[in-house]
Design a protein around this ligand. Structure first.
Ligand code: 4AZ
Length: 248
């Protein structure tokens, strides 16, 4: 995250840290056993060895163990969207089924809890301020990821405005949403991928986006691009059995 501020995990307790031996990506806990993340985090799907993946919840400091607050998991299943396109990041969404050494899912604490998915047919609340969180780089040119969890505010942009002003144009599909800060001071960056964009509507917080891509980080007129979670209600339901869905 460029800009924003350091926050304890208790402020974003659905944030997951995904490791493939070393830190790989962010994710969001959507149920005790499922983490939603980005497809592009994984090497061509089948080449990512499940045994090398792990997920840690409840983490504020990426390199320090925090046994009282963190919960560690192995990965039982990696489901990459069947229409994920690695050349344009269309359908950049994936699910991890997690399991503790005792074969259980996450348990709710002050530092670990699920985030809500937007209900079916939720309109995108364009223009509102949403929040992103992650352990990614604090500047585009930085050699390192952040050692601590950061959070920042970004505004959701209408896709027409995003296309027009960013020159992303044909790079943006209907499965993507843009968000940026009005003064271009805050943004997601490398290492934040897979992590949450949460927005409050109707008095509740929902997961509207998954950090996906962007031209640089916090560059003027280059918004961050997020996978549009509302397009995947049916896919998530079908793969996880988490909620009822209309056919598709
Ligand atoms: C990346 O490389 C990346 N500014 C993620 C998000 C953004 C840019 C790059 C958005 O993972």
């Amino acid at each position: 995250i460029v800009g924003g501020s350091f926050m304890p995990i208790e402020s974003n307790p659905w944030v997951a840290a995904i490791y493939h031996n070393k830190f790989l990506c962010g994710g969001s806990l959507i149920s005790p056993s499922w983490v939603l993340t980005a497809a592009h985090c994984f090497l061509d799907g089948d080449q990512t060895r499940l045994k090398d993946l792990s997920v840690v919840l409840g983490k504020t400091h990426i390199k320090e163990k925090d046994p009282d607050r963190e919960q560690r998991f192995t990965v039982e299943k990696l489901i990459i969207h069947q229409k994920y396109n690695s050349s344009n990041y269309n359908n950049d969404i994936a699910l991890l089924k997690i399991s503790s050494p005792k074969g259980q899912g996450a348990f709710r604490t002050a530092s670990v809890r699920t985030v809500c998915l937007p209900p079916l047919h939720t309109q995108l609340p364009v223009g509102i301020t949403c929040s992103i969180a992650g352990f990614g780089k604090e500047a585009f040119g930085s050699a390192f990821y952040s050692n601590r969890l950061k959070q920042a505010d970004v505004t959701l942009l209408a896709s027409s405005a995003c296309k027009r002003d960013s020159s992303y144009e044909s790079l943006l599909t209907d499965n993507m949403i843009c968000a940026a800060s009005p003064d271009w001071s805050t943004d997601a960056c490398k290492g934040d991928s897979g992590g949450p964009l949460v927005c409050e509507t109707a008095g509740r917080m929902f997961l509207f986006g998954v950090v996906s891509w962007g031209d640089g980080c916090a560059s003027e007129n280059k918004p961050g691009v997020y996978t549009k979670v509302t397009n995947y209600n049916n896919w998530i339901a079908k793969k996880t059995g988490l909620y009822e869905y209309t056919k598709g």
